[in-house]
Design a protein around this ligand. Structure first.
Ligand SMILES: *Cc1c(COP(=O)(O)O)cnc(C)c1O
Length: 346
């Protein structure tokens, strides 16, 4: 297959969607004020406030690792700790950045069920130690949609938030795939965040169809104090900020963010459907967002790789992750499904 053929390794293998590209082209006319004082950045922030139906504080960062790390750092002190699931991106894929940017706040991993934290698993970690020798729990972070493609229902988030209130914990949401969760549930962004008790959301743009960029939304605006300085110090203040913010205007203004998330989710459903009767293949997790996690045989995984398919196998022996994107072609999904069927029959 050609070098640039569509792959399913990650949703960030895709390129830039036309709406984001077009907005960048428009932002590229003439001069604009720098460091976020420009019109595009103001417009993007206003779009977020109207989409979320609330007067939140909005910031932009280059990537998810920075957005998550800086957001978490703003929710706690260095002697505090952050409760996350054992599969959380902040724990497994951010190279210690949350600890680094918070000057040492420790991540504490809690049991998760299908990638999701529960009030009980949070409580278990939060009350385990009360003494001065252990970092004091201060934040819970949950990922929506999760790293294994499942989605928290609004009532699950509300229950977690209630537990956070009881235990004096702030609630952060890693929304690298927030759009996919909104699309799956048919809920408004507000219902899945501040209305359910989320203090801060990192909303992923990259996997939604942008070149780069994540937005950080503080619903609890008191927690945003000096966040602009934190971004600047961490090297996350873009001087030509309009190129980070304009694409957001592009994907938010006519709901492209939701259309593309719906499309990616639909492709994942299609893939799951096409392989559901393949002998020896089973779903590892329910398909709720844009990822399909399949349990297959090791030789089949090797054969699929030999045929040129790229996908991740970090989930353990025989596990394969396939991610769909804003631009995934159905024909390509069908090719993949047909190849899975063949390698499993070999
Ligand atoms: C992709 C992703 C991020 C962001 O990763 P970066 O590579 O730093 O942009 C954050 N959280 C989750 C769950 C992700 O899948």
């Amino acid at each position: 297959m050609p070098d640039n053929a569509q792959q399913f390794a990650s949703d960030n293998y895709s390129g830039i969607c036309p709406e984001a590209w077009q907005a960048m082209a428009e932002a590229n006319q003439g001069h604009q004020r720098a460091y976020g004082d420009d019109d595009w950045t103001a417009r993007a922030a206003d779009h977020f406030r109207s989409l979320f139906e609330t007067d939140c504080d909005v910031f932009f960062a280059f990537n998810g690792t920075a957005a998550n790390s800086l957001a978490l750092a703003s929710l706690c002190q260095s002697y505090h700790s952050v409760i996350c699931s054992e599969t959380a991106h902040v724990e497994t894929d951010e190279c210690g950045a949350p600890e680094f940017f918070s000057n040492g706040s420790k991540l504490l991993t809690a049991r998760s069920e299908q990638g999701k934290l529960t009030p009980a698993s949070i409580r278990e970690i939060a009350v385990k130690r009360k003494d001065i020798h252990f970092p004091k729990p201060r934040v819970v972070t949950l990922t929506q949609a999760t790293e294994v493609g499942t989605v928290y229902r609004p009532e699950e988030i509300q229950a977690i938030s209630q537990t956070c209130d009881e235990l004096g914990l702030n609630l952060h949401m890693d929304g690298a795939r927030f759009s996919n969760a909104c699309a799956f549930l048919g809920c408004t962004p507000a219902e899945l965040t501040w209305k359910a008790g989320v203090d801060v959301l990192c909303f992923g743009g990259t996997k939604n169809g942008m070149a780069v960029g994540e937005a950080i939304l503080f619903f609890n605006r008191g927690l945003a104090e000096d966040f602009d300085y934190r971004c600047k110090q961490a090297g996350q203040l873009a001087s030509k900020m309009r190129y980070l913010s304009a694409p957001w205007v592009g994907i938010l203004q006519d709901d492209a963010w939701l259309r593309y998330a719906n499309h990616a989710n639909h492709c994942a459903q299609l893939l799951a459907k096409l392989v559901e009767d393949v002998p020896g293949v089973s779903l590892m997790f329910p398909v709720e967002a844009n990822g399909v996690f399949l349990q297959m045989s090791e030789p089949a995984i090797a054969a699929l790789t030999a045929r040129g398919w790229r996908f991740y196998t970090f989930i353990g022996a025989g596990g394969a992750r396939f991610m769909c994107s804003w631009d995934t072609e159905e024909a390509r999904v069908r090719q993949l499904a047909a190849d899975i069927r063949e390698v499993m029959a070999a």
